[in-house]
Design a protein around this ligand. Structure first.
Ligand code: AMP
Length: 277
């Protein structure tokens, strides 16, 4: 893989890279479509990274569909699919990991303590292997995006990170490989994730600037139908992900919940209104 990439570098060709854990859906495909536009070469990786899963998490049952993914990759005109196995990524004597000091101490990092260490490590490994000029990441996993942006900045990684908007189902549910786990009833309940974020957004448009009121509205909406166990609801600084004490914009309104055994996340970025001179 690395030899292939270095050869493209020598030819002056730009490599766009989309790292994924596979089981591709429209969210992943939107990244691939954009990658196709900006890169001369488009690389997709499929790797369910064991080091970003906790011991009680869903690594072993995480959905895998290599055949389906390869078909979709072909349809998106991907040039190379990088499909390493666990032992080639992590030998039995692997001992180097990459941890960020602060960003993982918020949001998902609180209930998934080693998650971002696994993410940062595998992404840096993938970047070293694929040597991309551009790498595309979804805002669906906003904290992951921030971790990668910070890692690239702090370690002078010569890759431009391209954030991509969240792709949703028609009814608003953010697309996720984990949506497959949901039963019909759970899928219905999952609609309240986006609904609760939308309600908060509407309230802000109506002029609400009360931090506590907004978070309560999200909580009530999530809890209305039962079934949903809240991990966190957070209004944070989109740069540092530090919890905001008072309402200010821009802000990241983010949540994580469990529905049955499935953990789902969603967020909206609340932007500053454009001021007219
Ligand atoms: P995953 O396979 O879940 O690790 O995701 C691979 C990449 O796709 C990450 O950059 C995700 O943020 C992105 N992604 C996943 N779901 C969506 C979505 N619904 N919309 C946009 N990007 C997404």
């Amino acid at each position: 893989m690395q030899e292939w990439s270095l050869e493209k570098h020598h030819r002056g060709e730009k490599i766009a890279f989309v790292p994924t854990m596979g089981s591709l859906h429209q969210g992943h495909l939107s990244l691939l479509h954009r990658g196709r536009q900006i890169g001369d070469q488009l690389v997709l990786s499929l790797f369910v990274n064991p080091t970003q899963f906790g011991p009680q998490e869903d690594f072993s049952r995480y959905p895998r569909d290599v055949e389906g993914d390869l078909k979709k990759a072909r349809e998106c005109s991907v040039d190379v699919v990088f499909l390493p196995n666990t032992s080639s990524m992590y030998g039995s004597n692997h001992e180097t990991f990459l941890s960020l000091e602060k960003l993982p101490q918020h949001l998902c990092g609180l209930s998934r303590p080693h998650h971002f260490r696994g993410v940062a490590t595998v992404v840096l490994k993938l970047f070293n292997i694929v040597q991309p000029h551009y790498a595309l990441f979804g805002e669906k996993d906003f904290q992951q995006l921030r971790v990668i942006q910070k890692m690239v900045q702090d370690l002078n990684v010569p890759t431009e990170i391209i954030p991509m908007p969240i792709i949703r189902e028609k009814d608003g549910l953010a697309m996720s490989s984990r949506n497959q786990y949901l039963s019909v009833e759970e899928r219905k309940a999952a609609l309240s994730l986006f609904q609760s974020l939308q309600k908060a957004e509407e309230k802000i448009v109506q002029g609400c600037r009360n931090h506590h009121e907004l978070l309560s509205l999200v909580k009530e909406t999530l809890e209305q139908k039962g079934r949903i166990v809240i991990d966190y609801i957070s209004l944070s600084d989109p740069e540092t992900l530090e919890e905001l004490r008072t309402f200010q914009l821009p802000a990241l309104l983010a949540l994580a919940v469990r529905i049955g055994t499935t953990r789902l996340i969603d967020n909206v970025l609340l932007k500053k209104p454009i001021s007219h001179p």
